[in-house]
Ligand binder design. Sequence first.
Ligand SMILES: N[C@@H](CCC(=O)N[C@@H](CS)C(=O)NCC(=O)O)C(=O)O
Length: 219
Amino acid sequence: MEGKQSEVVLTGTWGSSYCKRVELALKLKGIPYEYVEEDLANKSELLLHHNPVHKKVSDLVHKGKAIVELLVVLEYIDDHWNNSPKLLPIDPYRRSKFRFWANFYDQRTKEGTSSIIMSKGEAQEKAIEDMIEWNQERFLGKLPFDDQNLELLDIIVSTNACNYQAFNEAVAVVMSLEKTPPEFFSWVNALKGQPLIKDTLPPHDKLVAKMKRKFIQSI
Ligand SMILES: N[C@@H](CCC(=O)N[C@@H](CS)C(=O)NCC(=O)O)C(=O)O
């Protein structure tokens, strides 16, 4: 804990979409920060001290105080560094929509991904279809998103969906984002092309190797 003098410190792991989200938010806002890579197999004193409840990354330490849980961290960043670009809208109703969809996206992605990994043959095809189908719900829900600026939902979705080729390669399936509604697919590809996102996403080959290790462990 001694020696961490920076005003903003992010503890993370390179392959975690949670950490990439916080990194993206900090970069978008132009906030200087120190990044500390965590070994989750041997958690640091810093992580255990700042996040004693969940003991998970990503946590942000601002002036020695810890802020934990991804969505709480992102809202904190947006509230404290109130400059543009804003990650969340000002209007309470639109804010509630953003929160809803951020949660929805994460829950469904987690469930969908583990169903795909844990199944085989027809069951796996069904899991893939389900995953594709719920992306449509997003559009039925008429999620308001802004084409011009990167906001909360771009951060949430990009750090996950932009890695779809790595996922396909690692699991040896074609989740085929191409089959999702064209709006979703083109949104993800537009996000992939954003220089800030490109620079922040983990390297493809390293990510494939990590995913393969993780998936083999979970089968
Ligand atoms: N609900 C947490 C989830 C964070 C999370 O799952 N972090 C993973 C890395 S992606 C972790 O630290 N895992 C270590 C562990 O479970 O012991 C959040 O929103 O920040």
